[in-house]
Design a binder for this molecule. Structure first.
Ligand SMILES: Cc1ncc(C[n+]2csc(CCOP(=O)(O)OP(=O)(O)O)c2C)c(N)n1
Length: 692
């Protein structure tokens, strides 16, 4: 482990320095044309110069020759993408937001993705700083899974590389990924480009002592390298050393290269916070003249260098013209690819484009044996899917030998081994972020979040996973099934009893299931595990062992479609719309009120079966919505709005909701029961509405 720069070496024979020069010149010419023409001409809205970062990135990119390598960068990572083979016109066209390119105009042009069958892919980047780390760690863990569990030799020697600025090392994602990479000895390279500034915030506020490599020198299980990213020989030797170490299964490495940021953070940034001395010192470290000195005249003549520069400018100019001729994509299409579409498979990510064909399933239960609780039902479904699909893997806090704090995964590690069912570090960002990288690598991750509230630290990864298909215009997707207990139990509290399903419904790209009984849990979970979209599978704590939720196991081939509600009780006087733990309370309340109620268990909230609700309301002329989540902005508000919008003239009474008040779940059972919609209160509302 060394935090010292390597001594300057002779130009490395194995480095194609001419190619380095071509790519750096192209990158410079792109920055220049953007700054001089395309941004002032309002053809590009966001521009981030890579000047100063460019040479070392290109050197790194040229090392990533393994077809299963993957990188995940950030907005200053265009040079490495050029070295992976991204076309100049695609890069500029994306920056202009034109049709095609990386996102069809949906995402900022510098937020790249690059599916690449013949070399390293670029995993979809994110706008959030630090969000690139845990998906890359997940990809690196998937490399190990492909090799170790699936025996796929194609992954031998592959690595995951993550790029970030020095400010990004202050994020949760960085530390979470570092924990994962070191504890699991993952083939992952952390490549930190230290230019001393966030936007304007200096490095000492991000890292004590300003040097993450120095601080990590004694971090167990990490090879640490540090040096000058503007010196061609030093940077090249350090990059070669780091990549060789990780490829050779030596475990993760962190390489910090100090580089100058030669322009503002973005085009709009005037750098008024830097003194003239600082600016001069930064320009004195420009890697481009150093690159020239390194290879001219030993490898290229002055004339050849000039010709190469002129040619790069010309190529970039032509590429800008080609990009400018591309149209803006059809706005009518911009709602496509939130979810998978039949006949339009994503290029990378998920089971479906690995040749997987979902086994034949049916929605008719074939009940087997005695009634089982939801815990057993979910476990049995996971067990079966683990058995029939080697790409399924289950993980989360304490899900291994303990079997999860709710006992759902009990015995699965024993049966399938610690490679497929395993405990994770305590980082929800890491759990979901890792699942993203694994899903992109063609696995079906099934992460467990211990309690609903503890999904909060993973909010960024959840959002970025959900939007991936849309923002990459169907190039990438990360289907997974996140299992999570929600709701009250014997007591409540603000930490373990939250429902808040609506947050996931409000996150584009997520399907959301909230089953109320064991049979539906089996059917929806099976569909989710064989599907091509990310799914939130919400397991209600109070129903996990509730007698009312027990059903016979409906069979190994039982799978339920999403978006199809179940009419649990037929009646003519009122429609009650509910889900989860409120279903049994609504049934009891209808009995108590002795009212003929149509009770609709939505079963899934995204998509939700609005047609079933509307058809019922048109018959009963009354709509009553009951849910456990708080009222303001709860999912009931959405249902009420749709009913008011589409069935207004059919209504004989206002659409009414009964929910928790807008408070966190109270702890003491009496307080909790006061806050929850009780059978008595539901019954009273039913009577009130029917009499209206
Ligand atoms: C989570 C998050 N917080 C804040 C921002 C706004 N932001 C964009 S870039 C940036 C600075 C990042 O600096 P660094 O990681 O050092 O990279 P550099 O731009 O210097 O290459 C900030 C604060 C963001 N994109 N994401």
């Amino acid at each position: 482990m060394s935090a010292k720069p390597k001594p300057a070496a002779k130009p490395q024979a194995q480095t194609d320095w001419k190619r380095v020069a071509v790519l750096v010149q192209c990158s410079r010419a792109m920055d220049a044309i953007e700054e001089r023409e395309l941004v002032p001409g309002k053809k590009i809205f966001y521009q981030f110069s890579a000047r100063g970062h460019d040479m070392a990135q290109v050197l790194l990119g040229l090392h990533l020759t393994h077809p299963k390598d993957a990188i995940c960068g950030y907005y200053r990572s265009r040079p490495i993408l050029l070295s992976l083979g991204v076309a100049l016109e695609d890069a500029l066209g994306s920056a202009m937001g034109r049709a095609g390119g990386y996102s069809d105009g949906r995402d900022i042009g510098v937020v790249f993705n690059y599916p690449n069958a013949s070399g390293a892919s670029a995993l979809p980047m994110c706008g959030g700083v630090g969000a690139q780390y845990t998906p890359t760690a997940g990809y690196a863990q998937a490399i190990e899974y492909h090799r170790g569990v699936l025996g796929d030799r194609a992954y031998d020697g592959a690595i995951g590389v993550v790029l970030g600025g020095e400010a990004s090392v202050a994020t949760n994602g960085f530390w979470s990924a570092l924990t994962m990479a070191t504890t699991l000895k993952l083939p992952m390279l952390f490549y930190v480009e230290d230019n001393g500034y966030g936007i304007s915030t200096p490095g000492w506020l991000q890292t004590p002592g300003c040097n993450i490599a120095a601080n990590l020198a004694s971090f167990a299980g990490l090879k640490v390298l540090d040096g000058d990213g503007t010196d061609p020989a030093v940077a090249s030797a350090l990059i070669a050393d780091a990549v060789t170490h990780v490829r050779g299964r030596g475990g993760p490495a962190l390489l910090r290269l100090s580089v100058p940021r030669l322009q503002g953070h973005s085009f709009q940034d005037t750098q008024a916070y830097k003194s003239k001395d600082v600016l001069d010192a930064e320009w004195a470290r420009d890697p481009l003249p150093k690159l020239k000195a390194h290879i001219v005249p030993s490898m290229l003549s002055d004339k050849e260098w000039d010709a190469l520069e002129a040619e790069a400018r010309e190529r970039v100019k032509r590429a800008a013209q080609i990009a400018d001729q591309r149209p803006v994509s059809d706005p009518e299409q911009v709602t496509r690819f939130v979810f998978s579409e039949h006949g339009a498979l994503q290029e990378e990510g998920g089971l479906w484009n690995t040749g997987y064909a979902p086994p034949v399933a049916h929605a008719e239960p074939k009940p087997e044996g005695a009634r089982i609780n939801m815990i057993t039902a979910i476990r049995r479904t996971l067990d079966h899917e683990l058995a029939v699909n080697p790409r399924v893997l289950v993980f989360g806090e304490d899900v291994g030998p303990k079997g999860g704090v709710h006992g759902v995964t009990l015995g699965l590690q024993e049966k399938y081994g610690a490679g497929r069912v395993f405990d994770t570090s305590l980082s929800e960002e890491g759990i979901i972020g890792r699942a993203v990288g694994m899903a992109i690598a063609g696995l079906m991750p099934v992460p467990e979040i211990q309690f609903r509230k503890y999904a909060d630290p993973a909010t960024e990864q959840i959002n970025d996973c959900g939007t991936m298909r849309w923002r990459t215009a169907n190039r990438f997707a990360a289907p997974m099934v996140v299992r999570m207990p929600i709701g009250f139990f014997k007591c409540g509290d603000p930490w373990h009893s939250q429902t808040n399903e609506v947050q996931f419904v409000h996150s584009p790209g997520w399907r959301v299931a909230a089953p109320s009984n064991a049979e539906d849990a089996v059917g929806l979970l099976r569909t989710a595990l064989r599907g091509n979209d990310p799914v939130m599978f919400l397991e209600h704590r109070n129903m996990l062992d509730a007698a009312s939720a027990r059903r016979p196991y409906p069979g190994d081939d039982f799978a339920l479609p999403f978006g199809v509600a179940k009419r649990v009780r037929e009646g003519g006087d009122i429609t009650i719309v509910t889900w989860g733990a409120m279903v049994e309370r609504c049934e009891a309340a209808a009995d108590q009120a002795a009212i003929s109620a149509d009770i609709i268990d939505l079963r899934t909230l995204a998509p939700w079966d609005s047609e079933a609700v509307l058809a019922s309301v048109r018959r009963t002329h009354r709509c009553f919505i009951v849910h456990e989540d708080i009222g303001t902005g709860g999912f009931g508000a959405e249902i009420a709005a749709v009913v008011a919008d589409r069935a207004f003239l059919d209504l004989d009474a206002p659409v009414v909701r009964l929910t928790m008040p807008d408070i966190p779940s109270p702890h003491h059972p009496e307080l909790m029961e006061w806050a929850l919609p009780s059978v008595e209160r539901i019954a009273a509302k039913i009577e009130e509405l029917v009499r209206f």
